[in-house]
Write a protein that binds this ligand. Structure first.
Ligand SMILES: [Zn+2]
Length: 267
């Protein structure tokens, strides 16, 4: 995919509405999620998934000129503000031992909120998101869905073949909110999946020609319902999550200065 290199202050083509506009520096991972992640810490642990990139303490600033002001506002108002409040607000949540239940959910907004993150990652030319690079046709399908607020493609529901799953994961009894990763690609011959973690959530995006293919163990599928029951995952309960965390541990051990345990304990 060819990305335009816009200069600050100059107009370029907005990635969402495709109009020539002055572009703002858009967050690839929504600021609201990063705020949850930051909590009392001013920094996060970011983890590059490639062997060559080390995890590092980083003032995360994954921003890029992608969207015009109007489209930035559209994404904020249509998806981010309400859905992040839904995730962090206690009002509609009924916690239990095994899962967190979110009620009064607008499936369309919730689905498109998560979809907009991987779409931005795909549009981004930042190195941190280079693993996500959708073909133009798929990018355009996602773009239209986000712009128009309908998760449809040629009469089909987008979530039939582009499934999104989430879980709230915990790290050896310590909270995992300050743990942030970029995307990792896990694929086999029948399926392409991307996974990332932010604000204590592990998110999987699964692209498959099979309708309703089962998600990796531990993830709760976002489906058409007013109620979302999100699994709580502890170490040993999801091989995919465990492996992902192990990647980070292995990387962190290469340089103890970046020890994750220490940071998560807040010391
Ligand atoms: Zn725009």
């Amino acid at each position: 995919m060819v990305h335009s290199n816009s200069q600050p202050g100059k107009s370029a083509c907005c990635r969402l509405c495709l109009q020539p506009r002055t572009l703002l520096k858009s967050h690839i991972i929504p600021k609201g999620l990063l705020r949850i992640a930051k909590g009392e810490h001013s920094q996060l642990i970011t983890m590059g998934i490639n062997d060559s990139s080390m995890p590092r303490m980083d003032n995360v600033n994954w921003r890029e000129e992608l969207l015009c002001e109007e489209c930035e506002r559209h994404i904020n108002l249509s998806y981010e503000t309400s859905q992040i409040n839904k995730l962090k607000g206690a009002k509609d949540k009924v916690p239990s031992d095994k899962r967190i239940t979110i009620t009064n959910l607008d499936f369309n907004r919730f689905y498109l909120f998560w979809l907009s993150i991987i779409w931005r990652a795909s549009e981004s030319s930042l190195d941190e998101f280079s693993v996500v690079n959708f073909p133009d046709e798929l990018s355009n399908v996602l773009r239209k869905a986000i712009l128009e607020g309908h998760a449809k493609y040629r009469g089909h529901d987008l979530d039939e073949f582009f499934q999104i799953g989430i879980c709230r994961w915990y790290f050896d009894g310590t909270d995992s909110k300050s743990f942030l990763t970029t995307f990792k690609l896990i694929s086999d011959e029948r399926c392409i999946s991307y996974i990332f973690m932010v604000a204590g959530f592990a998110v999987v995006y699964q692209l498959s020609p099979e309708v309703s293919r089962v998600l990796p163990k531990g993830f709760s599928l976002i489906k058409k319902s007013y109620v979302f029951r999100m699994n709580k995952i502890f170490p040993g309960e999801s091989p995919v999550v465990d492996e992902f965390v192990e990647d980070a541990r292995t990387s962190a051990l290469r340089d103890p200065g970046f020890a994750i345990d220490k940071i998560l304990a807040g010391t």
